[in-house]
Write a protein that binds this ligand. Sequence first.
Ligand SMILES: Nc1ncnc2c1ncn2[C@@H]1O[C@H](COP(=O)(O)OP(=O)(O)O)[C@@H](O)[C@H]1O
Ligand SMILES: O=C(O)C1=C[C@@H](OP(=O)(O)O)[C@@H](O)[C@H](O)C1
Ligand SMILES: [Mg+2]
Length: 165
Amino acid sequence: MNNIVLIGMPGSGKSTIGIILAKRLGYDFVDTDNLISDREKTTLQDIIDKKGVSEFLKIEGIVGEELNIDNTVIATGGSMVFSDSAMKNLLDGSKCVFIDVPLPEIKRRVKNIDTRGIAMGKDDTLDTLYEKRMPKYREYADITVEVKQNSKIDNVVSKILDKLK
Ligand SMILES: Nc1ncnc2c1ncn2[C@@H]1O[C@H](COP(=O)(O)OP(=O)(O)O)[C@@H](O)[C@H]1O
Ligand SMILES: O=C(O)C1=C[C@@H](OP(=O)(O)O)[C@@H](O)[C@H](O)C1
Ligand SMILES: [Mg+2]
């Protein structure tokens, strides 16, 4: 596959930036969160509430493992990096872009932590998620784009395009 795969914390902008980046590149756009909802015919939060976090991660992993597309910007969910087999499939021949947003900015953006459909345990907070996930994002990134607080969406897109050259 020759896709651009976006990874990063919830609220880092994968879905927002992915659509714009795809347009700029003339690529298609796929959000794996939509594939999960389509497959399960319900919302992400409903899956997490009714089936639990580990079942959600299993479903997300299957979606990542089964995806077979080209010329596409793929926005993953923030927890996709917990499935090594999904990441192996998604990154085969593709470039992985980590959108690295500082934790205070993530906290500013993500207010609806209980309804947004975040794969987190009862005792987790955005702080503990950040701590657990950063090593995974760093592990998989081919390119890391550091996003400053209050940076404009178009600037982040341009930064990614520059780094992909
Ligand atoms: N520089 C920026 N880049 C991306 N999103 C931004 C930026 N500044 C503010 N935002 C806002 O942050 C949110 C990012 O959410 P989203 O794209 O759903 O992230 P993710 O898919 O990574 O969870 C959106 O509401 C978006 O408008
Ligand atoms: O980080 C997470 O635990 C999740 C983030 C969500 O996607 P975004 O990263 O696009 O918000 C979604 O995949 C899922 O509900 C779990
Ligand atoms: Mg998203």
